[in-house]
Design a protein around this ligand. Structure first.
Ligand code: FEO
Ligand code: CA
Ligand code: CA
Ligand code: CA
Length: 628
């Protein structure tokens, strides 16, 4: 595209970008804005900005409308929403939260998040999707609209979370949910799940109902995801400790419980521990250790037992971004989403073998877990880093230091990572690996504790009380995902150049008044190398966030540096979860908790119907590639 093909708005944006990109701001008044690096250094976070050849749509204005807003020529359909019946005999959704726990087990779960699209071999119009259902919004889930008041309420919440597998089919270009497919399945908080990997059978996993420590009930708080090259789904257990509490208000919390942020009263109004004693840490302290894992699911076998892959570590898992090393081993990148937590990678012991399902089945049970340590001491947003091995007996992870064996290291991954001096990050959320050059991108969503509580600002986490977030990127040495060293920089530093002109909170040079956003979270590459960024941020559209509108999805060109807003969600929602049909003619995204703060009746827009989380399919009216 040349300048003559641009709209007036695009020309304006472009001229601003060239102005900024030319380094004009580098000489402008420097405001440190509470950060280590000033605006000039942050503007340098991206070296060159030019109009992207990858994006064929114009930047979308911010919006507060109660719908999904897309560029001209794009449309959306709702694929499935909370409560939608999965089976022939499932109870229809009633819109008022009055269905019971047993009925919920036959319906699509709540608060959908990460998802993967599994093409059906040999049938281009057929696929399975595995979709996470993260947690409950009790104001919608329960008819009385309050946090759980009974065991029945808790059972309903447990039936609404986990993962839903569905079949989808394409009719006249539109992907649609197939009710009553034999593949439709709910994987919930009471389903038996096997334990795999080094922590299987560990003392710290044994409970009264599972004295061998090999079978856990359920998966919940399923945030984002991964899709293995052998056709299985990885669901990542994030804020699991929110579901636990103590019946003894005076119980002295152990250091390990505190490290995973357990609270006596539980969190997020779950109150599960009051009615289901499994979640009472005063009575069953080891139950907590059985959650916080990456769990592998085979969507093509509805009778299969999911497996918790303990070799990948236990923390508040965001997603699992999978690639392969130069010698064919599987590499999984993972973030731990809490303020000041770490970035990890797992490298399998064995090589991935295409077309050998049996050999690949337990690849994730054997390998090495590493945590990232960045040299972030410079005065520019770039530097080197290394991967520090978390293996019992190495790097001080010895029995004398409290790490008795590998199972112990993995169950207490956070403590092990702290012990080796890993770098505390601004809440690592999703990670994505470029299909073009193997560079790895990680959203660091925000961090109200940066600058305090042992989290000094550094070159990778450069702002105190980080309101807006940034995206870190790294290139492994020799472009080998199994390398032990890497070079990193910041791809974008989000900010508000209208409210904070000239300060660190204006963000990097590829952020401007037209495309600004806060709290990058969901992140994925499409096959052409477009980087899709989803937000889970402040949607007040006022103060520090004025002009940003509702949560949204942006498209970024990793090479040119340009970022354009592509889609805006309804009020109160978080946009999270993204997957593509292989032909890139359909993009599946998640709208989570629309109307959380009021102001939305998405997607039904009918009186008496509560707003509900939904998976939405985006396509082009001309049938073209999304984003092109
Ligand atoms: Fe479920 Fe860190 O997001
Ligand atoms: Ca997230
Ligand atoms: Ca988030
Ligand atoms: Ca969420």
């Amino acid at each position: 595209m040349n300048d003559n093909q641009l709209t007036d708005m695009e020309r304006l944006v472009l001229s601003r970008r060239r102005f900024i990109g030319a380094g004009a701001l580098a000489g402008a008044a420097l405001f440190l804005g509470g950060g280590l690096l000033g605006r000039s250094a942050l503007a340098n976070a991206i070296n060159a900005i030019s109009v992207s050849p990858l994006m064929g749509f114009a930047n979308l204005p911010a919006s507060t409308a109660d719908t999904i807003t897309l560029p001209p020529g794009y449309q959306f359909d709702v694929l499935i929403s909370w409560g939608q019946p999965l089976h022939a005999d499932s109870t229809p959704y009633r819109g008022d939260g009055s269905h019971n726990a047993a009925e919920q087990l036959g319906q699509f779960g709540e608060n959908n998040d990460g998802m993967s699209f599994f093409p059906w071999p040999g049938e281009p119009d057929r696929a399975l999707m595995a979709i996470n259902n993260e947690y409950s919004n009790y104001g919608y889930l329960l008819a009385h609209g309050q946090p759980p008041q009974s065991l029945e309420d808790v059972r309903k919440a447990q039936a609404a979370v986990g993962v839903t597998v569905i079949e989808v089919r394409r009719n006249n270009g539109a992907w649609q949910f197939v009710q009553a497919s034999r593949y439709n399945r709910r994987i919930h908080a009471n389903l038996p799940i096997a334990v795999g990997g080094p922590a299987r059978g560990h003392e710290l996993l044994k409970t009264a109902t599972d004295p061998l420590g090999i079978e856990v009930l359920g998966t919940f708080q399923n945030c984002a995801n991964g899709m293995t090259p052998w056709g299985t789904y990885l669901t990542c257990e994030e804020n699991f400790s929110d579901c636990f509490g103590s019946s003894d208000a005076n119980l002295a919390l152990s250091a390990d419980q505190k490290r995973y942020s357990v609270q006596h009263a539980g969190a997020s109004d779950n109150r599960w521990h009051l009615y289901d004693e499994r979640f009472d840490i005063a009575r069953h302290p080891n139950e907590l250790n059985r959650h916080g894992w990456v769990t592998e699911i085979d969507p093509f076998d509805p009778s299969s037992t999911p497996i918790k892959r303990t070799a990948l570590g236990r923390f508040k898992h965001e997603n699992a971004a999978i690639t392969t090393s130069r010698d064919g081993r599987v590499v999984v990148y993972m973030g731990d989403d809490e303020r000041g937590e770490f970035i990890y990678k797992f490298v399998s012991r064995d090589r991935f073998k295409a077309n050998d399902t049996a050999a690949n089945r337990h690849l994730l049970d054997h390998g090495t877990l590493y945590v990232a340590k960045l040299d972030a001491s410079g005065d520019q947003p770039r530097g080197q880093g290394r991967w520090v091995e978390l293996t019992a007996g190495k790097n001080g992870l010895t029995a004398a230091n409290g790490f008795s064996d590998q199972g112990n290291v993995l169950i207490r991954t956070r403590q092990a990572a702290s012990h080796v001096g890993a770098t505390r990050m601004d809440r690592p959320e999703w990670i994505a690996v470029s299909p073009k050059d193997g560079q790895v991108y990680c959203t660091l969503t925000n961090n109200s504790k940066r600058g305090s509580e042992g989290q000094p600002v550094d070159a990778a986490n450069p702002r105190e009380n980080n309101l807006y977030g940034q995206i870190l990127r790294w290139r492994e040495n020799a472009d080998d995902a199994a390398a032990l060293q890497f070079d990193w920089d910041l791809y974008v530093v989000a900010g508000n150049p209208d409210v904070h002109p000239g300060s660190a909170n204006a963000g990097s040079a590829n952020v401007n008044a037209e495309n600004m956003f806060n709290s990058p979270d969901g992140l994925a590459f499409d096959a052409d190398g477009r980087l899709w960024i989803q937000t889970d941020g402040n949607y007040s559209n006022s103060g520090d966030f004025a002009g940003m509108g509702n949560n949204q999805m942006l498209c970024a060109d990793p090479v040119s540096g340009e970022i354009r807003r592509f889609m805006v969600g309804p009020p109160g929602c978080e946009v999270t979860g993204v997957s593509f049909a292989p032909d890139q003619r359909a993009m599946f995204i998640g709208i989570q908790h629309p109307g959380e703060g009021g102001g939305s009746s998405f997607p039904d827009h009918q009186a008496g119907m509560r707003p509900r989380s939904s998976v939405v399919v985006i396509r082009r009216e001309d049938g073209g590639v999304i984003g092109a």
